[in-house]
Design a protein around this ligand. Structure first.
Ligand code: SF4
Length: 434
């Protein structure tokens, strides 16, 4: 049996690098000239209120322009770019396309820009469960999947397969985060069998540790990884971030669903050698062994406010604000212990006895604890996704004065970490001249 080919190209410029990566894996072999091609970049979401560093979080606009240009030159002219980003509370796809410089692609190449959340979804049967997929996705002849080379605090890596979660409607995304029976790693890999995945291109111009959002730490990685085999591409991407297949349950599950092994010896790698670029990127922040908060709490001597570590039921809408609420709690610390507060999130964490106040962060936590007899005083942030300003206001009423200005400063700091002279180029996320 022939091995799937994964190519690894060192980044020079978007078009040359893509041509090299696509050429080495014969990446256009499954495309026909009249195919309706859907490009699915990872554009998970944005925050229009505070500054956001896009590095390692979003696919670069530069690579998307390069890809569209190559496809057009090769005679593929029915191109749609689609994503179903976060809804806070309304969808933001078009605003993101605009912000990231995608608009001119309509006129230059006749590209359709689609926010899946604005369109219709169709239920697809996966045997034991159903998921609602965008009709735009289901009607595509071929999908070119463009994830980012990044880690994920729940799934360890977030590559091509994880990027497909953006094709689901909001309820199905939430469903995929699991329940008491099955977890996140089990649900979304099923998508590998239902979609016409013709090519995966991992955008590794930047990579992200402690991802998947802007609170992680990006590095300039300068790689593009491509394959017509979605599983093989993710396995190699994981290896570049120094994760073995047996460490990544969702890749093991995907392999099982397609009846394959996860061994790298079954993949032919062309171009750059993995060993040359393997670099461990941590996927998570360290928590205290007794689950009372991040290690930073212990280092700063913060007591009386226990923040339980999120589990896999926490979906992106909540997880994107999880680090910010930790930072806000730290900003409220004035050297004295907090008055016995516990904060729980997601749909399976149960508030513990013995606390004066319990913060139920997000609608899921409110629902999961609505009859919890252990709760003395409830601080309910009963929205989905939760609103950080509501959190600050309610905490203040309880005498916990989170410093929102300090938070704005923290957000500015996240952006200021990345300087152009260190290789972080804002132009990669703007309209391109080709
Ligand atoms: S409350 Fe949070 S975890 Fe629950 S569905 Fe909404 S965003 Fe996801």
């Amino acid at each position: 049996m022939t091995k799937p080919v994964v190519s690894i190209a060192a980044y020079k410029n978007p078009e040359d690098t893509l041509r090299e990566a696509i050429g080495m894996c014969n990446g256009l072999k499954d495309l026909k000239s009249n195919d309706q091609i859907l490009i699915k970049p990872n554009l998970v979401g944005w925050d229009f209120e505070y500054p956001v560093p896009p590095y390692g979080m979003l696919a670069t606009t530069a690579l998307i322009y390069g890809l569209v240009h190559i496809l057009a030159e090769e005679g593929f002219n029915r191109i749609t770019i689609g994503e179903g980003p976060l809804m806070i509370p309304r969808t933001m796809g078009m605003a993101m396309f605009n912000l990231l410089g995608y608009e001119p692609l309509r006129e230059r190449y006749g590209v359709r820009l689609v926010d899946f959340n604005e369109g219709e979804f169709e239920k697809v049967d996966f045997g034991d469960f159903k998921l609602s997929l965008s009709k735009e996705v289901l009607s595509a002849d071929k999908i070119v999947n463009v994830p980012v080379l990044k880690t994920h605090n729940q799934t360890k890596v977030s590559l091509g397969l994880k990027n497909l979660k953006g094709c689901l409607n909001r309820q199905s995304k939430m469903f995929c985060h699991g329940n008491k029976n099955e977890d996140l790693d089990w649900y979304f890999p099923h998508l590998i069998n239902k979609l016409p995945l013709a090519l995966t291109i991992i955008d590794g111009i930047y990579a992200l540790q402690k991802g998947p959002s802007y609170t992680g730490e990006a590095i300039r990685k300068n790689l593009v990884i491509a394959s017509t085999d979605p599983l093989a591409c993710d396995l190699v991407g994981a290896e570049i971030m120094d994760y073995r297949p047996e460490q990544i349950p969702h890749l093991q599950n995907a392999a099982e669903f397609v009846g394959r092994s996860v061994g790298l010896e079954n993949i032919e790698i062309k171009g750059e050698a993995v060993e040359e670029h393997r670099q461990f990127l941590d996927y998570d922040f360290e928590w205290t062994p007794d689950n009372t908060g991040p290690m930073a709490f212990q280092k700063k001597g913060i007591t009386g406010f226990d923040i339980r570590k999120y589990d896999s039921t926490l979906c992106t809408g909540c997880s994107i604000t999880f680090t910010p609420i930790v930072v806000l709690a730290m900003s409220a610390f004035k050297g004295e212990p907090f008055p016995g507060v516990e904060l729980v999130t997601g749909s399976i964490q149960e508030a513990s006895p013995g606390y004066e106040k319990t913060v139920l962060y997000g609608q899921c936590a409110c629902q999961a604890n609505k009859n919890n007899p252990h709760i003395k005083n409830k601080i309910a942030i009963n929205s989905c996704p939760p609103d950080i300003n509501e959190y600050v206001d309610k905490m203040k009423k309880e005498g916990i004065d989170c410093n929102i200005n300090g938070y704005a400063g923290y957000r500015q700091h996240l952006v200021d970490r990345y300087r152009e002279e260190d290789g972080f180029e804002p132009a990669h996320f703007k309209e391109q001249t080709i």
